[in-house]
Design a protein around this ligand. Structure first.
Ligand SMILES: [Zn+2]
Length: 489
């Protein structure tokens, strides 16, 4: 038995000012065939799982490229076609194969391609023919298009948000694929369009129970897999929105019914699933009040909508500016994206005191740049942080301390959201010594920071992510979905 695997992933925020190109992939993660590390990345877990299963079971695994770009703006056409054709060429060279198992994200949009993954799957289907199994793991923050469902046999998304289960869901996809290849099951995908878009963290109710129930349905009564495609509201494509996806053992009627039942249950929960968020002033008031109680742990403040993980630049200054103006001290910030400022810090060297302009450069929505006299506390060729089992680079990075304060800011070159507290400690900042940690993340930071935080406060600073679908100026999304209309059904 011969199986081909590859991973090609990013999440495209079509409203972002930061273009995505080939260099964006090479900077974040690029592994040529055979060079994927033993640790999985968010979207390449199937490759790592397949290696293990191939060793145990003796089938032949042919690895293609595996690559990931930090979420950003529209992907350049040549970069998309180049990486796509690279993988298709590897598949052609590997033929004949019995199965293709991919690690995709599902929210990639390129110039001229609203549905990159659908395009890739369709071309793969053309190469392998109708009888060959095609399976993929997906991120739930994706678009589920008819073209993808038509050209794949098995699709399953991470269930958890934060995505703590990306490796386990990779195991799930690979396991179903191998069972199908052995003739034990005949997977069929059924979907239901919930005609809504929302934020569905599973770190809290009501989604915790909802996802636990979905999980419990798998592996029983012919139901092989249940996924919720959350959708991705910053990707302006026709099929934007939330969908339920059920894979049954050749029982599409049952799959369709279950998907609809779960989908309508979720629709009834609309507007109740997101974490409570405060405005900037109220959030900082709460953080200061909590820190004043000296809880012995930092108060973690999440800048929910300046999250590079959602494709924005991540150079927003709205909350930090108010921290400075209000005289709030003993704060550490992870991170502000500013390659120019990092270059200046590396040139000046550790210990240097310089006048520095940082942040707020990519566009008008994240706030104006901050001009400050700073000490370069740290300047390194590469900063990094953990994300579960994987390691995420910050690229060249610096820590600056604002003069006359204990406000320390991490500046990075490789855009990334904040995942784990070691983003601070790896650069010499003791997160436990700070009153307030300001992180850039919607919810992925939660798993790592919850154990070290006195409290977590979510601040909606109102920008730069298009977080209010009622107001976002979509051009390609023309279907009626909640909350753009009250009742889409
Ligand atoms: Zn996601």
């Amino acid at each position: 038995m011969r199986i081909f695997t590859a991973s090609f992933a990013t999440e495209t925020n079509t409203f972002s000012p930061v273009p995505t190109d080939r260099a964006s992939f090479e900077m974040a993660f690029y592994a040529a065939p055979g060079e994927h590390p033993e640790t999985p990345t968010l979207c390449s877990a199937p490759m790592v799982v397949l290696r293990k299963r191939a060793r145990e079971e003796g089938f032949e695994l042919i690895e293609g490229s595996a690559t990931w770009a930090e979420p950003g703006g529209l992907l350049q056409r040549q970069a998309y076609e180049g990486l796509r054709d690279e993988i298709l060429g590897q598949l052609r060279a590997a033929m004949p194969v019995d199965g293709v198992i991919l690690g995709l994200h599902g929210a990639m949009v390129a110039q001229g391609y609203d549905d990159c993954e659908g395009d890739l799957l369709e071309r793969i289907r053309e190469i392998v023919g109708p009888g060959i199994l095609i399976a993929s793991e997906l991120d739930p923050h994706s678009h589920l298009t008819a073209k993808r469902v038509k050209n794949a046999n098995i699709l399953a998304a991470f269930l958890e948000f934060p995505h703590t289960d990306f490796y386990e869901r990779g195991e799930h996809v690979v396991d179903l694929a191998l069972r199908a290849l052995k003739g034990e099951i005949k997977p069929v995908i059924s979907t239901f369009d919930c005609r809504m878009i929302g934020v569905y963290p599973t770190s809290r109710e009501p989604m915790r129970s909802f996802v636990d129930r979905m999980q419990a349905m798998q592996g029983k009564d012919g139901v092989l897999s249940v996924s919720l495609i959350h959708g991705f509201m910053a990707g302006d494509v026709p099929e934007l929105g939330t969908q339920v996806m059920v894979v049954t053992d050749n029982d599409p009627a049952k799959g369709t019914k279950l998907a609809e039942t779960l989908g309508m249950e979720l629709f009834a929960l609309r507007g109740t699933t997101a974490m409570p968020m405060l405005g900037t002033e109220a959030g900082l008031d709460a953080a200061v009040a909590l820190a004043a109680k000296k809880p012995g742990k930092p108060v973690v403040v999440a800048d929910v909508w300046d999250n590079p993980g959602g494709g924005v630049a991540g150079d927003g200054t709205l909350i930090l500016r108010r921290i400075i103006e209000r005289g709030i001290d003993n704060v550490a910030v992870a991170t502000i994206w500013d390659p120019i400022a990092v270059t200046f810090c590396l040139a000046a060297g550790e210990g240097a005191q310089i006048q520095l302009r940082f942040g707020g450069k990519a566009g008008p929505d994240g706030g104006a740049p901050i001009d400050a006299h700073v000490e370069v506390v740290k300047a390194v060729e590469e900063g990094w942080q953990s994300f579960g089992k994987s390691r995420v680079t910050l690229g060249p990075a610096a820590v600056v301390r604002l003069e006359g304060t204990d406000i320390e800011v991490i500046l990075n070159t490789n855009r990334t959201q904040t995942f784990e507290p070691d983003i601070f400690s790896n650069l010499g900042i003791n997160p436990q010594s700070k009153d307030i940690l300001l992180v850039k993340s919607t919810n992925h930071f939660h798993a790592g920071f919850e154990p070290v935080a006195a409290e977590i406060i979510y601040i909606d600073a109102g920008a730069p992510y298009p977080s209010n679908p009622k107001k976002t100026n979509y051009r390609k999304l023309v279907r009626e979905i909640w909350p753009r209309v009250d009742m889409p059904f």
